[in-house]
Design a protein around this ligand. Structure first.
Ligand SMILES: Cc1cc2nc3c(=O)[nH]c(=O)nc-3n(C[C@H](O)[C@H](O)[C@H](O)COP(=O)(O)OP(=O)(O)OC[C@H]3O[C@@H](n4cnc5c(N)ncnc54)[C@H](O)[C@@H]3O)c2cc1C
Length: 381
């Protein structure tokens, strides 16, 4: 067992931190209040290689592993969870679906511009009536000459408006239920494919979440992604990797809130001394630090399994479940340590707390993670 970062990982963390603190930090609250999608920063993330973190260099990626990728997401989210989720959704969902299941031609045509940051990706699984039960997908793809006609809609899609490429699931054979759902690649501007309502969210407000609509949208055969009928099965595998990045998002948000609480507790004086000298506050800080550490270790274990080509379903879900619940708890304690000031927008914890909540919902709620973990645990005994 090895608990050290490599020199490259130490350097990577330092570089991401410097970038996040100088290029993102000064704008966090302005973007949050105005729900500004930070396009200029997204371009820079592409130039730095972060939008192709987990893909080989031959496809325009940075050729990094999931541990490195977790470091990138954690460091970005420590400053702004919105930027963390932008990188996570782009890499883990849309781009990775094309990398894992795309043909060589599809990888060349779609993955290369995505991994180099020239294009932005979205991934559509969720529908208004198919959330946790994504096998209940209602969007349909009907066979036509040389392709498919897609009708339906997706909601809560990250980058629905700005994405150049969108991977989306639709039913190709209703009788086969979850084995009758296929994945398709949609390009911005295709006739019959358009973004719709943008959500006004509690947190992660600089990340864009909107619906997409398919109205008699013709998709040629070359844009069927993976085997016909395997879209749902493949999507579940994609989520195994995606949940590691949600754990990293949660850990980064928690770390940012924790650091803010430590700083404040050393500055704020009550009863003639810094509040950090009260044991009640020290115990909170000790619990927060311990929980964040445990969450980070679970995230690294899942990342290590992934980097070694091993199955991560249980470990990804455990890391995502634990890290996201730790994140909400740590952010809430950070507000408590800030007292009344923590309840205002003048101090960071309230935003961290709003952002952290998504981690218990996106890419499968905490309840769904418990179902997955229980299923895996019961298989093993
Ligand atoms: C900011 C944001 C970004 C997102 N980005 C994307 C994206 O890019 N692409 C995408 O496809 N989706 C995305 N989603 C959707 C997200 O994955 C879903 O919101 C999530 O899976 C839950 O689905 P739902 O919202 O329909 O809730 P529901 O499934 O309706 O769940 C409601 C409640 O019921 C509980 N529940 C449901 N079924 C069970 C059960 N069997 N047992 C116990 N409890 C249960 C849930 O845990 C939850 O508490 C995003 C969501 C948000 C908020």
């Amino acid at each position: 067992m090895e608990f050290d970062y490599t020199p490259e990982q130490i350097h990577l963390r330092k570089s991401v931190r410097e970038f996040a603190e100088s290029e993102i930090g000064p704008h966090v609250m302005e973007w949050d209040e105005a729900q500004t999608f930070p396009l200029e920063v997204v371009k820079k993330l592409g130039q730095l290689g972060y939008l192709g973190s987990i893909f080989p260099e031959e496809y325009g990626g940075a050729g990094l592993g999931y541990i490195d990728y977790s470091i990138i997401i954690e460091e970005l989210s420590r400053v702004d969870g919105s930027v963390g989720i932008i990188v996570a959704a782009h890499n883990s969902l849309c781009s990775n679906h094309i990398y894992q299941y795309g043909s060589e031609e599809q990888r060349r045509k779609y993955l290369v511009p995505l991994a180099s940051g020239e294009h932005l990706g979205a991934w559509g699984l969720t529908e208004p009536s198919a959330g946790s039960d994504a096998s209940g997908t209602k969007s349909t793809a009907s066979r036509t000459v040389a392709g498919w006609t897609v009708n339906g809609s997706k909601n809560f899609i990250t980058h629905a408006i700005h994405a150049d490429t969108c991977v989306s699931m639709a039913v190709t054979d209703k009788a086969k239920r979850s084995k009758g759902i296929s994945a398709f690649i949609f390009e911005k501007g295709m006739k019959g494919f358009s973004p719709s309502k943008k959500e006004n969210k509690l947190g992660l407000r600089a990340s864009e979440t909107a619906s997409v609509v398919f109205e008699d949208c013709f998709v040629p055969d070359e844009q069927l992604l993976g085997e016909e009928g395997q879209g749902f099965v493949n999507a579940m595998e994609i989520l195994d990797g995606g949940r590691i990045s949600i754990a990293a998002l949660a850990v980064g948000i928690a770390q940012g809130a924790f650091e803010s609480a430590v700083r404040y507790s050393q500055e704020r004086q009550q009863f003639g001394k810094p509040i950090a000298e009260f044991q009640a506050i020290q115990f909170k800080l000790a619990d927060m630090a311990t929980r964040i550490d445990a969450a980070r270790l679970m995230m690294y274990r899942a990342a290590w399994l992934k980097d070694n080509g091993l199955k991560t379903t249980k470990e990804s879900s455990m890391a995502k479940l634990f890290a996201s619940e730790v994140s909400v708890n740590v952010c809430e304690e950070a507000i408590q340590i800030h007292g009344g000031y923590g309840y205002t927008k003048d101090y960071p914890p309230e935003k961290y707390w709003r952002d952290s909540k998504l981690c218990t919902i996106g890419e499968g709620t905490s309840e769904i993670q418990r179902i997955i973990i229980a299923r895996e645990v019961l298989k093993q005994v």
